[in-house]
Design a protein. Structure first.
Length: 55
């Protein structure tokens, strides 16, 4: 099941309106509050890159 915002951020990424770094921040936001942001798996689907948690 996709996050509420998945399609929105996927579309924005494909249009180059949002960066990888911004998507990484959205993953961290999702960890704190699941109604905001995307999951690490969704980050990987959108970007095609492995999600590496920021330290």
């Amino acid at each position: 099941m996709a996050s509420k915002q998945y399609e929105k951020y996927k579309d924005e990424y494909e249009k180059n309106w949002i960066t990888d770094e911004a998507l990484q921040r959205l993953v961290e936001l999702n960890r704190k509050r699941s109604s905001i942001g995307i999951t690490a798996e969704e980050y990987e689907e959108i970007t095609g890159q492995k999600y590496e948690r920021a330290v």
